[in-house]
Design a protein around this ligand. Structure first.
Ligand code: ADP
Ligand code: ADP
Length: 226
């Protein structure tokens, strides 16, 4: 589903954020990307989201090389991707329903079908009763679950999450990981950037470790010790 082949990323400042990074992730795998602040985690996610382009090497998602994709192909490629952010990035002046509906509006899905899919997504994250609420009235954990419903509503084959539990206590963080685990079980590929080692050890998935833009370890799920 994801293949990085000798990927380097140098920002215009001269900072090399990723150096010769190679790895691949099979369809339906769930993987953590970890490392200290500045290791290159966000840059890796930005390459997948096509917010940044690699300086060298290729990034392939679902068989398409993002490094050579035309700008006009980016919206269509991004629809393969559900993104979850640490600060959830919900629109506070719209209802929970409208927030989750947004990707379907952009994809041009008809209203009746949108309503059906939004409710299915809210049901999956346990928030169906909140559809008419304003996100500001929800707890932080609930807001993050709305962000996850929005990421999965268009059924992307790949979910990428940047520190999705950074603002949550351990119990809520475990709950969010449980949701990702469920999506993985139905065949979605999940990539989570996190520096929360406790959470990573408890969740027991494959771990890619970055240090100064290089891949320094790739630990299979079976070798992650609690
Ligand atoms: P992480 O997410 O692991 O903290 P980042 O990918 O944000 O790491 O950063 C990797 C390195 O690239 C850091 O040295 C950071 O300062 C630098 N960096 C990140 N974004 C930019 C940018 N837009 N311009 C210049 N340097 C950047
Ligand atoms: P995050 O890792 O959550 O993106 P950061 O604080 O690392 O948060 O970065 C905030 C923004 O600043 C990002 O868009 C990132 O690309 C950019 N950035 C990070 N480091 C640098 C840097 N050294 N020079 C320029 N921009 C940077």
């Amino acid at each position: 589903m994801i293949r990085f082949d000798q990927v380097s990323k140098r920002y215009p400042t001269g900072q090399e954020a990723l150096s010769g990074l190679s790895f691949h992730v099979e369809p339906g795998e769930m993987v953590f990307v970890t490392g200290h602040s500045g290791a290159g985690k966000s840059t890796l996610l930005k390459l997948l989201a096509m917010i940044e382009r690699p300086t060298r090497g290729s990034v392939t998602v679902d068989g398409r090389n993002l490094a050579t994709a035309r700008a006009s192909a980016i919206p269509r490629l991004r629809r393969k991707l559900g993104m979850v952010f640490q600060d959830h990035r919900l629109l506070m002046d719209r209802t929970v329903f409208a927030n989750v509906e947004l990707p379907l509006v952009i994809a041009g899905i008809a209203p009746a079908e949108r309503a059906r899919r939004v409710r299915a997504a809210l049901e999956k994250v346990g928030l169906l009763a909140y559809e008419k609420q304003a996100p500001a009235l929800l707890s932080t954990g609930e807001q993050q679950r709305v962000g996850i419903a929005r990421a999965i509503v268009a059924k992307p084959p790949l979910i990428i999450a940047d520190e999705p539990t950074g603002n949550l206590d351990p119990r809520l963080a475990a709950e969010i990981m449980g949701l990702f685990d469920q999506f993985q079980k139905i065949g979605t590929t999940v990539l989570v950037a996190s520096h929360d080692l406790m959470l990573i050890k408890r969740t027991r998935k494959r771990v890619l470790v970055l240090d100064h833009g290089r891949l320094v370890d790739d630990v299979p799920a079976t070798e992650v010790m609690a």
